[in-house]
Design a protein around this ligand. Structure first.
Ligand code: PEP
Ligand code: MN
Length: 358
């Protein structure tokens, strides 16, 4: 995909901060003043103008009137600004107000209709667009949104990872499921990815941990919600932090280096990596052997008219694997997902064999 990066690579991370919502002109101004005071390296000021809320009657944003508040507050310090857009009207108002970067929210990325409408409104316009992941963990839908932008000529693109909603309550407001942004980067290597720890965490005390993880996973930047009076915020009060707290969070991040494979000093790392490669090869070979045995079982079951899935046997396998695995230092969550995947592939092989035998 042809992407022009709008993210400078001379400093790291690319930092976006600002309130969840623009509430009043004074609140935007005060927050930006404090951001510049405590976090002068901030690159982009963010604020929501039109707020997608889960339930009606919640604060739905101040609307177009807030665009000039953000633009002016950012311009005063020579900073860029960004707002969320969700339809043609938003795009037109944001462009008219001179907003520098647009972002598409998680609830919009899920809808190809909405993404296409925004793309049409941007045809021929040279403005950077950041696309948040859809609320559901669907990588193709996320990639599809980038393709829709590319098709209308928007080339300055970036992704924002803000986690995925889940029915069960977890430690996170939105589960990070890090493998998805990692796979996105593998599929579109030149696409910058920003992490939004605020919407992943939904609370303040885990922001540090998630920001650190994003940096360790090679994300290009961070978008963090900051408000001069977070407890009084009209939306997402629990996850916002003051500019001073943001400065502290950033100062505590350990920025680790990228690895240059050519360098001599990493010879011992390369040795360990070869070891990993050998073990991975071995695991794959063993899995393939395991599927061979599954196929033999499939032949037997077909000949004896037996069902593929036997719940008692599966329960025993899971118990045994969890027991041996946890003794060996692997987490229960990982073991369960691993054995489920192996089981799924095993069923696929048996189904194939049984259908052939019929
Ligand atoms: C936001 O950034 O304030 C927002 C509404 O985010 P998301 O689309 O990730 O929920
Ligand atoms: Mn928010």
């Amino acid at each position: 995909m042809e992407i022009q990066s709008f993210i400078p690579n001379d400093h790291h991370p690319f930092l976006m901060a600002g309130p969840c919502s623009a509430e009043t002109e004074a609140q935007v101004q005060q927050t930006v003043d404090e951001l510049i005071q405590f976090v002068p390296q901030v690159d982009v000021i963010r604020a929501g103008i039109w707020k997608p809320r889960t339930r009606p009657n919640a604060f739905e944003g101040v609307g177009a009137i807030g665009l000039s508040w953000i633009k002016e507050a950012a311009k005063k310090y020579n900073k860029l600004c960004t707002v969320e857009v969700a339809n043609t009207e938003h795009v037109e108002a944001a462009l008219k107000a001179g907003i520098d970067i647009l972002w598409i929210g998680a609830r919009s990325t899920v809808s190809p209709f909405i993404v296409q409408e925004i793309a049409e409104a941007l045809r021929g316009v040279d403005i950077p667009v950041m696309i948040k992941n859809p609320v559901n963990p669907d990588l193709e839908l996320w990639i599809g949104a980038f393709e829709r932008m590319e098709k209308v000529g928007v080339k300055k693109l970036a992704a924002i990872h803000r986690g995925f909603s889940s029915y069960t309550k977890t430690e996170y407001r939105n589960k990070p499921t890090w493998e998805l942004p990692i796979e996105l980067k593998r599929r579109i290597p030149n696409l910058p990815i920003i992490c939004d720890p605020s919407h992943i965490c939904g609370r303040r005390d885990t922001l540090q941990k998630v920001s650190q993880k994003a940096m360790d996973l090679n994300f290009d930047g961070l978008m963090i919600e900051s408000h001069f009076q977070p407890d009084e915020a009209w939306s997402d009060a629990k996850q916002q932090i003051t500019p001073e707290q943001l400065a502290k969070l950033l100062s505590q991040i350990i920025y680790r280096e990228n690895i240059n494979l050519e360098e001599e000093e990493h010879a011992s790392l390369n040795e360990l990596r070869s070891k990993i490669d050998r073990i991975d090869n071995y695991i794959i070979q063993l899995l393939s052997e395991r599927m061979g045995v599954s196929e033999e079982i499939g032949v037997y079951k077909a000949a004896n008219n037996l069902k593929i899935y036997q719940p008692e046997r599966w329960a025993i396998i899971v118990d045994r694997c969890l027991k041996i695995g946890t003794i060996n230092g692997l987490s229960e969550d990982f073991l369960l997902r691993l054995i489920q995947q192996i089981h799924k592939e095993s069923i696929r092989h048996q189904t194939m064999v049984m259908n052939k035998e019929q």
